[in-house]
Design a protein around this ligand. Structure first.
Ligand code: F6R
Length: 356
């Protein structure tokens, strides 16, 4: 029930700190967070992980790749489920497939699951819905514990997916005997508080939507490293609910084409949460501003500079997507409201896409 909320989407965004805390509870074991022994074994034995997903879940998969590679040292490929069928990559000797799906019913992903099961490979489904098709047909399931997600635009399920993938990568790293220099359980608790701080300053996001998107026909989202993955998700959120044409891309790609589209007043949202590339992304912002763009820099606390529009709470560098996505979700929501769009049920879209 949405209770006093005007929209499910707003309610679901508000629930995000609670969702992170629920994930900590669901996966905690003593001082640590971990996953079941059979899943740990399957992950630890794989020589390569193949993540298969669509839409927002694909964007979560891009972050998941970084977790498994950077935390656990396991190579990962991420594939859009609808493309995998025609374009199956050459597989490694001991692959493990990971299906990420909020609903667990996405037909494009299921078709891949059926195919790889026929080939005799094992699959792990990361889903919000226990007993869903993708969960039943896979060998293993990790639940998101996000609670029902009703709004078509996925918000809390995305942060849950990213958090659960972090837990799985961290757990397998420990299983493999790797030295880890951070405590994920503690860092996730800090993330929950950071998200809450952003939720508590919603008015600021409403003002940003007003200042940057009121009359915009298009918008760009840029970032580097993990901020690039979040830019893709920010652009998808904006286009699906506000119908503003939006594109997310890597800051370094600007000069390879997209910069031609920058005109007087074009909104450009730039994320600056990744330490190693902060200067580069600020350089990109200068380039678009010189061509008339209306740039909105969203920086992480400790990295902010004069003139940044929004400063978001500092969290562990690998977990930044969990907080940086939240202002983008809220900005999209308010942009859609200003345009009187049906936020919870955007035109032409279904919550779960059960046709290929
Ligand atoms: C975006 C959105 C879609 C879904 C996609 C996959 O907000 O909701 O892009 O992410 O249809 O759905 P699931 O995760 O249910 O497989």
């Amino acid at each position: 029930e949405k209770g006093t909320y005007p929209h499910y989407m707003l309610k679901e965004m508000d629930e995000q700190p609670t969702v992170i805390r629920k994930i900590i509870q669901a996966y905690e074991q003593g001082e640590d967070v971990t996953v079941d022994a059979d899943i740990l074994k399957a992950l630890a034995e794989a020589d390569r992980l193949y993540i298969i997903a669509a839409g927002t879940s694909y964007h979560a998969g891009l972050i998941g790749k970084q977790y498994f590679e950077k935390i656990a040292g396991i190579p990962v490929e991420v594939h859009i489920s609808s493309e995998f069928g025609y374009n199956m990559p050459l597989l490694s000797k001991k692959p493990l497939f990971i299906f990420i799906s909020q609903s667990g019913e996405t037909a494009d992903s299921r078709q891949v699951l059926v195919k790889i099961k026929e080939l005799g490979y094992k699959a792990l489904t990361v889903t919000n819905v226990q007993g869903s098709t993708l969960s039943r047909e896979a060998d293993y399931t990790l639940l998101l514990h996000a609670g029902p997600e009703i709004a078509v635009a996925s918000t809390k399920a995305y942060v849950a997916q990213v958090a659960v993938l972090a837990v799985a990568a961290y757990a397998v790293a420990k299983q493999l005997g790797m030295e880890l220099d951070f405590d994920l359980k503690q860092e996730l608790a800090i993330v929950a508080n950071g998200i809450q701080t952003i939720i508590d300053s919603k008015d600021e996001m409403e003002q940003i939507a007003e200042d940057y998107l009121k009359i915009a026909r298009n918008a760009f989202f840029i970032g580097r490293n993990m901020d690039f993955c979040v830019s893709l998700e920010g652009a998808l959120k904006l286009k699906e609910i506000s119908y503003i044409q939006a594109e997310g891309f890597a800051g370094g790609e600007l000069k390879h084409g997209t910069i031609a589209l920058i005109e007087e007043g074009t909104p450009v949202f730039a994320l600056a949460t990744q330490k190693g590339v902060a200067l580069n992304i600020r350089g990109n912002v200068k380039e678009v501003v010189a061509r008339g763009a209306n740039a909105c820099i969203i920086a992480m606390e400790g990295m902010e500079e004069e003139g940044d529009r929004l400063v978001i709470p500092s969290v562990h560098e690998l977990l930044t997507p969990l907080v940086s996505v939240v202002p983008l979700q809220l900005i999209s929501y308010y942009a859609a409201l200003h345009r009187r769009c049906d936020v919870d049920k955007p035109r032409n879209l279904a919550k779960s896409v059960t046709v290929e």
